[in-house]
Design a protein around this ligand. Sequence first.
Ligand SMILES: Cc1cc2nc3c(=O)[nH]c(=O)nc-3n(C[C@H](O)[C@H](O)[C@H](O)COP(=O)(O)O)c2cc1C
Length: 457
Amino acid sequence: MCTSKRQMRLGAFIMATGHHIAAWRHPEAQADAGLNIDHYRELAQTAERGKFDLVFVADSPAGWDRAKDHEALRRTAQGAHFEPLTLWAALSQVTKHIGFVATASTTYEDPYLLARRFASLDYISKGRAAWNVVTTGADVSKNFSIAGHPAHADRYERAEEFVDLVKGLWDSYEDDAFIRDKESGVYLDPDKVHLVDHKGKFFSVAGPLNVGRPVQGYPVIVQAGASEPGRELAARTAEMIFTANQTFEDAQEFYSDVKGRLARYGRRPDELLISPGIFPVLGGTEAEAQANYDHIQSLVHPSIAWNILARHYKGIDLSGYSLDDPAPPLPENTELNKSRLKLVSDLVSRNNLTLRQFYLAVATARGHRTVVGTPEQIADAMQSWFENGAADAFNIMPPILPTALTDFVDQVVPILRKRGLFRHEYEGTTLRENLGLQRPPNGFVVQARQQQVQAVV
Ligand SMILES: Cc1cc2nc3c(=O)[nH]c(=O)nc-3n(C[C@H](O)[C@H](O)[C@H](O)COP(=O)(O)O)c2cc1C
């Protein structure tokens, strides 16, 4: 059923056993989730049954730095999980419509190899690949034989060059470069193969790529940074932004700020979809939802509570504090996740939280918006942001997996449909078509046309 009413886009932000830090201890959680392909298959198929646009796994090329804190390492279930592109390639074979967002780092990956993997995934999934472009906030340099984690500004400078280079590599072959005429023995039109011949500050890459032009032209470009350089990179290159906002005002500010930058790059507001995260705790009644919330919070072991605090108060001695003391101000600056630090600092100061209230607020979804209520109330919380310039899409962050995703699909999605806010059927076959995004032309073809026009003028 086609409708002209603006439609919400939905992503299932999957995190192994669930987003809550103690999710694995919940009776409904799949404790071995991170390394259980059948679990991920079920999640991808559930999201597709709900007609979600995409599934997404966050990723960082390292085990958790909690290795320093043995007690925390002993008690958390987020240290080991599949590499995203490998996982999505497998699940693309047991799904038909759902898109696959894989995270890959512009700081620790190689552009040629990355371009090849995403182009391959886009063919293997028949046009459903997307790249979550991250500069990797966490210091994982110890795994990459380099002397230290690059500074925030340097990471973004490298990311700007990295994204352009990858797009140039994806444009190595024009869409109709392959002739494959057995009769004449002509397989390829060399005039439609392009060398990127890139020489930049960080990279020197000749090309061409050894995979044809991706089915979608380019896999969909997603980004998740919110600092000044993060917003600028997104305004110039991203088609979807994953973001974290606690309040409606912050979400609106972010939405209008980033959309306001697009014209500078000749882009329209609908070419970039903004997707805040939401951690929905459902219940048949408000009281039941609150009971579900209290139960999962009760699963946080005290050592995990202090570990959460220690990670946020890096370099600050908390030994003299009790959990019911007012939370002291968080460290001012970081070369890691700038916007996330600001988000949690505002959370503490705006609400005068105690240390206990602070760790509980972070234990759910690491600073993303938490909504506790009935399916109607969750739908209301999404509709108000969607209809008032704060969101085009939502990254659904199920507290416990698999059940919380199934509950959302069975209880909230029907309400969103009844309100005419969400699709009944997929619109297209590729992720781009379902997101309403254009297929980008080949950059070399555009360039050649512009040169022809200039030659004539
Ligand atoms: C929804 C969401 C998902 C993210 N996923 C990842 C991820 O998978 N890997 C990663 O290293 N960073 C991830 N990030 C962190 C961002 O890439 C970025 O480092 C962070 O938002 C801070 O960016 P800033 O320093 O530009 O403010 C994610 C952020 C958000 C909001």
